[in-house]
Design a protein around this ligand. Sequence first.
Ligand code: SF4
Length: 188
Amino acid sequence: MELEQGEIVGGFAHNQVMQLADKVVEAVKSGAIRKFVVMAGCDGRMKSRDYYADFARALPEDTVILTAGCAKYRYNKLPLGDIQGIPRVLDAGQCNDSYSLAVIALKLKEVFQLNDINELPIVYNIAWYEQKAVIVLLALLSLGVKHIHLGPTLPAFLSPNVAKVLVERFGIGGITSPDEDLKRFGIL
Ligand code: SF4
């Protein structure tokens, strides 16, 4: 029995995005792309993960999703269209390809001559589920990325002290509802 229908455009690992770099940078400079939203991470069967489909659907049309991992199955068949030929979902591949998302962020930082990766117009709304996603999170923290939003719930294995450090030093936070989060994350 067919469970799903739709088309998926993939293959946007960093090599491919770098080939489109001029186009991407131009779209950012002209304001055609206002924000990138990293919606990478895991998927699961809980109803609470519908949040990610609703959030993707509610994103303004001048935003581009950067993704890798299983979280994308929540929204990658939605008709989100493109911005000047750049698909609104740039899918780097599986979770191990999250490396590509970091390379893209670092390249944008270089192109825009920024001192701090947090000055980029990138919002992080990451769905976690298991250990590998936690390793990806640690990699982002080691790059100095702040204000990462994790959902649908914060990992239960975080001890109160570790959670405190993550919140105080890295501004890590949870999620609420798509409408509320679009405002909280500065997307609307
Ligand atoms: S860690 Fe597992 S569930 Fe998470 S993105 Fe990778 S393959 Fe998917």
